[in-house]
Design a protein around this ligand. Structure first.
Ligand code: HEM
Ligand code: HEM
Length: 194
């Protein structure tokens, strides 16, 4: 049975034949995956770096504002990515992959999405109960709360815990990606490249 259709691929000038059962991620999923990966890893490193700067040190606020601005940018891109993902199927995994591995991949990706959405949201909430609020590269953004040290610290602690969970999930995810690239050599790694 022929499962292929001729369609105009949005990123190619000439008609391109693609399979209706896709084995690849689309360009928007790939581009968003890598921009968000760089942003999140950068945000985690910046987050730990800036919180180590003693209070009262000149320039500390600069790093906090930079973290908040890139954090908001990451949050918006993450929501776009989630929207894209909810409206597009992930490519099928190879039939040769053991069931436990396929379901671990599915659930670890779901967890990554959950914590990716939670982290900027909770960061924004924590900053909304702080007198400084959130500025996006100097532009003040709506405050979701009021000055309240208890709620600021509550969401601040949650931001710290979620950040650590996200970092752990990312380490596992990257190790799994390299297992596919170097040990399994099943083309899974390359699916996120082109
Ligand atoms: C994907 C996005 C983000 C990631 C991965 C991330 C990660 C982190 C990490 C690892 C820390 C250091 C651990 C801690 O003490 O909490 C941190 C701190 C912080 N983040 Fe984020 N963050 C993100 C987004 C945001 C956003 C959107 C805001 C606010 C608009 C924000 C505000 C803060 C603040 C104020 C701190 C310092 C907390 C403190 O002083 O204890 N973050 N972030
Ligand atoms: C902050 C860092 C990262 C996050 C949050 C993240 C998140 C994700 C998520 C949620 C997916 C599932 C895509 C979907 O089905 O919608 C995915 C797929 C993938 N990621 Fe990442 N990723 C990160 C970094 C990396 C890095 C550094 C690598 C490689 C070294 C990588 C390699 C891959 C590969 C190969 C896939 C495709 C897996 C498949 O085809 O089933 N990721 N990533």
């Amino acid at each position: 049975m022929n499962t292929s259709t001729s369609v105009l691929h949005p990123f190619k000038k000439r008609p391109h034949v693609i399979s209706t059962k896709s084995h690849r991620y689309g360009p928007p999923a790939i581009v968003l995956h890598w921009i968000i990966a760089v942003l999140i890893i950068g945000m985690i490193l910046l987050g730990y770096y800036m919180t180590d700067i003693p209070k009262g040190t000149p320039g500390r606020a600069f790093y906090f504002n930079l973290h908040k601005s890139f954090g908001v940018m990451a949050g918006v891109l993450i929501l776009l990515r989630l929207l894209w993902r909810l409206t597009h199927r992930a490519p099928a995994l190879p039939g040769t992959m053991p069931r436990w591995e396929a379901s671990t991949a599915k659930w670890s990706h779901r967890l990554l999405y959950v914590f990716m959405v939670l982290q900027p949201t909770v960061g924004y909430l924590s900053s909304s109960f702080n007198k400084y609020g959130v500025k996006f590269f100097g532009i003040p953004l709506p405050q979701w709360g009021w000055e309240n040290p208890y709620l600021r610290d509550l969401f601040g602690d949650a931001h710290e815990v979620i950040g650590a969970i996200l970092a752990t999930l990312i380490v596992i995810h990257v190790l799994a990606a390299f297992k596919h690239l170097l040990i399994d050599r099943d083309g899974i790694f390359q699916r996120m490249l082109r």
